[in-house]
Design a binder for this molecule. Structure first.
Ligand SMILES: [Zn+2]
Length: 482
């Protein structure tokens, strides 16, 4: 029988080597693994189960706000990708090209989608004729390929999964309203309520916006190593793609007009964010709303009472499974101690232990993953206690992350202090910026920190630009990012 393996010893220290800790957790918790294909990972069943629950929560919100799912081709002919100049320039360095079909060289090479604006717009130009055809509200769940030089499991891979929404509207106001609705009502609510990750929302600078967009809104989340991760973006495309792809409609006033568009996306990166925001030295901590297994039942087995205990846990599982995602670990070859560590590593929110003495007393032991709290629970109260505990864990994970975020937003007196904090403490720096791209680029060159966003929440104050010292009323967040 396997001894009470101390998994913590096999995981690099989070304090000392955060990057290696991250990789260890992702691999040992069996979320994902490397493959022999450079830059491509395999998402293992446990990681995919997590992704499916994440998808379900987001898909529900996307549909509740009036959108429908569809599927567009994986291949984009080069002539289509070339239509919007800024767009192609932005994506060119990362596009993978198909040049052969079987043994024949293609007349026109085709991109493997790095994003789908081009292919979708080519169809919208056929579908949109009159104001009656608008709005079009479509989303798709697909894989994406971007030829990355440096890759990291979930955070940056050559192939990844995402959803991308592409909408068409008759007015500028309507497109802007859609861009913000997706940002706040859909993405922010999903990331904060389901993933328990607090975000800062705002607008990207011209330098950081999506290639081809009028402007880009973003949600930024702080990881526990002090680096920031872009959790999702929502773009107001204006009429840039409409002009490039000739998407026009006949309006009620009988005039022909270009449409207004949006696009928006979130990816499997968010799995990486869950690991980095909530995980600890013992492994993952999964938010109950998306955890593939919410409750793991562990029978405490002795020879004489084995049958009785196994019957009891089977009974418990069938009672609980209509309310919760629950599994039993009845493997003989591992000790209960090994199993406790194993399921802690995998981040299961609640563990139930059942031994012969518990059965006699009509009770079970319930242990929380987030704070290790141990409760003795009468069987008749079990469903109620599980319900309450899962809610508490979800809330507790969010509050803890929120506190960490708030504690790591700093203000600085000057650029020297800025450099010091970015180097030593990281986190977010809230400061004034004059709006000049040169200052933005110089700060990046000297500190590797970028402007994560211009927050919606501005104050009616002004101060000096962190780089050039010019008076400005624009507050921004700088940070190093993934
Ligand atoms: Zn400046």
């Amino acid at each position: 029988m396997q001894k009470d393996n101390d998994f913590v010893k096999e995981i690099s220290s989070k304090e000392e080597d955060f990057s290696q800790w991250y990789v260890d957790i992702v691999r040992k918790a069996e979320l994902a693994d490397y493959t022999t294909i450079k830059g491509c990972m395999v998402i293992r069943p446990y990681g995919y189960g997590l992704w499916e629950n994440m998808q379900a929560g987001l898909d529900r919100r996307i549909k509740e706000t009036g959108h429908k799912n569809a599927y567009f081709p994986l291949f984009i002919p080069e002539s289509l990708l070339n239509k919007e100049a800024e767009h192609v320039e932005g994506f060119a360095p990362e596009v993978a090209w198909v040049t052969y079909g079987g043994k024949e060289k293609l007349e026109e090479r085709m991109a493997v989608r790095p994003t789908s604006e081009a292919i979708i717009c080519s169809l919208y130009s056929k579908w949109v004729k009159s104001w009656r055809d608008l709005p079009i509200l479509i989303n798709q769940w697909v894989n994406i390929v971007r030829w990355e030089k440096v890759t990291r499991l979930f955070l940056r891979t050559t192939e990844f999964l995402w959803q991308e929404g592409h909408t068409v509207h008759k007015s500028k106001e309507e497109a802007e309203e859609e861009t913000l609705k997706i940002l706040n009502q859909v993405y922010r609510d999903y990331i904060e309520s389901d993933l328990a990750i607090p975000v800062i929302v705002g607008r990207k600078t011209e330098k950081e916006k999506f290639a081809g967009a009028l402007h880009t809104y973003t949600l930024e989340a702080l990881m526990t190593d002090g680096k920031v991760l872009q959790a999702g973006t929502s773009h107001n495309l204006g009429q840039n793609f409409a002009r490039a792809f000739n998407i026009k409609f006949l309006d009620e006033d009988q005039k022909e007009k270009y449409v207004w568009q949006t696009s928006w996306g979130t990816t499997t990166r968010l799995i990486g964010a869950i690991v980095m925001v909530h995980g600890d030295e013992r492994g993952l901590k999964l938010p109950p709303k998306v955890a593939p297994i919410q409750v793991i039942i562990i029978p405490i087995i002795f020879d004489q009472s084995k049958q009785k205990v196994l019957e009891k846990v089977a009974q418990l599982k069938s009672r609980l499974q209509s309310n919760f995602r629950v599994e039993i670990d009845k493997r003989d070859e591992y000790t209960p101690g090994w199993k406790f560590n194993h399921w802690e590593l995998k981040g299961v929110p609640l563990r139930i232990e059942v031994g012969p003495k518990d059965i006699e007393k009509g009770q079970v032991i319930v242990v929380r993953r987030d704070n290790s709290q141990k409760m003795t629970v009468k069987e008749e109260n079990l469903i109620e206690i599980i319900n309450k505990s899962l809610k508490d864990i979800q809330e507790n994970l969010f509050q803890k992350a929120k506190q960490f975020l708030e504690e790591n937003i700093r203000e600085v007196a000057n650029f020297e202090e800025f450099k010091e904090i970015i180097e030593e403490k990281r986190g977010l720096i809230r400061t004034y910026w004059c709006g000049n791209r040169d200052c933005e680029e110089k700060v990046k060159e000297e500190t590797k920190a970028t402007i994560r966003c211009i927050p919606f929440k501005q104050e009616k104050t002004s101060g000096k630009c962190i780089y050039c010292g010019k008076e400005s009323s624009t507050l921004v967040y700088f940070a190093r990012a993934y």
